[in-house]
Design a protein around this ligand. Structure first.
Ligand SMILES: Cc1cc2nc3c(=O)[nH]c(=O)nc-3n(C[C@H](O)[C@H](O)[C@H](O)COP(=O)(O)OP(=O)(O)OC[C@H]3O[C@@H](n4cnc5c(N)ncnc54)[C@H](O)[C@@H]3O)c2cc1C
Length: 391
């Protein structure tokens, strides 16, 4: 399928895409369907991506990674989805690692990054959201109190995806009570939590069964002791550190949505050509072909914004608006394509063996996570258009 032009037209990028497609060919629909039925984690798929070095794409070469750019990382995630696979099982490793890379000390980076790049340690869990604060991150209640050479963590996270399949968690907790913090955004800190040490004693993980197979959980902390040396950067500055990583997260998730949209569009176009009703292919009817064409145009437009956001990010320029718009437009494009694909398939769109209903459920998530559509619109209204803050 044709795609937007202004991606690096390098051979290297084409090779990366081809290598991802070759890997994904080993994980066809039956593999994902079985996991979906059992709500099981795609261990083999994640192991294969790790072995091939794709999950270490953004880790610099000096730490054993591939040192690729966000443009290339986005291409990896897009291809995974366009092949019908699901990168949500492991995408966090790409962007959570950025907080450690940008704000961690030299000692922390050499302690964790080479092991993550080698696949010996998994940094897949990102503990930000809490049940009572939701989108209002600054209101989170999990506390980290300094006691000698440790911090004592108490509280609860929710929707901590992949917590059962990760060795480390990047955790955001309050170190200064809100009323004593020097500004609205200070007083939160980021920690790397060694989950293997804590699990079942001072940290408990409960899986949450959701409409798709997402390995999400809730995590409870009761006097969890985290060594002070696991604090990233300066105490109280954690919110800023997490925010700087969010643009990368949004761009990568947006790229996944573009991949999903491509999968739905290719699937629908193929079916519309082949399915005959009333003695002709259904795709000969404008009522069937126009929604496919519209979904394609919507995907291409969103793809341009994803490319623009990734290029700005790579150039070290401010890309907050573009990263948010890329996530918004790409999530809308994938959802529109999902809806179109079900409709094009009629009854078969609901049959498990076509994989459409599974992908439909999976791509719906991106209207809500990692940031909901409304919060993106609120960001654009306030920060780009200068409208009054609405919340
Ligand atoms: C499957 C799954 C996996 C996830 N994985 C992770 C993870 O790994 N780590 C993590 O930290 N979090 C994770 N999340 C959490 C996700 O980031 C949140 O669900 C999301 O940010 C929305 O927060 P909320 O669910 O609390 O919704 P709420 O904040 O309660 O919002 C509910 C609705 O109200 C709207 N709303 C709220 N406030 C406003 C406002 N001021 N103006 C307009 N509309 C508003 C929202 O847009 C939303 O539609 C995951 C969520 C899911 C479902």
């Amino acid at each position: 399928m044709a795609t937007a032009q202004p991606e690096h037209p390098s051979d290297e990028l084409a090779q990366i895409r081809a290598a991802v497609r070759a890997l994904c060919a080993g994980f066809p629909g039956e593999y994902w369907r079985k996991l979906d039925r059992e709500r099981a984690y795609p261990r083999e798929f994640v192991a294969a991506l790790t072995k091939a070095g794709f999950l270490a794409a953004l880790i610099p070469e000096e730490y054993g990674g591939s040192g690729l750019s966000l443009v290339e990382a986005a291409a990896i995630m897009e291809e995974i989805q366009a092949c019908g696979c699901n990168g949500a099982a492991c995408h966090a490793q790409m962007y959570t690692m950025g907080t450690l890379l940008r704000h961690g000390s030299a000692e922390q980076k050499s302690r964790w990054l080479p092991a993550i790049a080698a696949g010996e340690l998994r940094l897949q869990a990102f503990g930000v959201t809490e049940p009572t604060s939701g989108s209002d991150t600054l209101n989170l209640r999990t506390t980290a109190v300094r006691a000698g050479d440790h911090y004592i963590i108490n509280g609860q996270k929710i929707w901590t995806s992949r917590a059962e399949h990760s060795d480390l968690m990047l955790l955001l907790a309050r170190t200064t009570p809100r009323e004593e913090a020097k500004s609205r955004t200070s007083g939160l800190s980021v920690f790397v939590v060694d989950m293997n040490l804590a699990q079942g004693t001072t940290m408990n993980i409960n899986p949450i069964r959701t409409m798709m197979n997402h390995a999400s959980t809730e995590v409870f902390f009761a006097d969890l002791r985290v060594p002070a040396e696991n604090l990233i950067g300066t105490e109280g500055e954690g919110f800023r550190y997490i925010l700087t990583g969010m643009n990368a997260e949004r761009i990568l998730i947006a790229a996944e949505c573009i991949g999903d949209a491509k999968w739905f569009i290719a699937k629908a176009a193929a079916y519309a050509k082949e399915r005959e009703v009333f003695g002709r292919p259904i795709g000969q009817n404008q009522g069937v072909q126009f929604p496919i064409a519209r979904a394609y145009a919507q995907m291409r437009a969103a793809e341009l914004m994803v490319r623009e956001a990734a290029s700005l990010y790579e150039a070290g320029r401010d890309c907050g608006a573009e990263a948010n718009m890329a996530k918004l437009l790409a999530a809308d494009a994938s959802w529109a394509a999902a809806e179109m694909c079900v409709q094009t398939h009629g009854g078969f769109g609901f049959a498990e063996e076509f994989d459409i209903e599974r992908k439909f459920r999976e791509t719906r998530l991106y209207q809500v996570a990692p940031i909901s559509t409304n919060l993106i619109l609120a960001y654009l209204a306030e920060h780009v258009l200068g409208l009054p803050r609405s919340y």
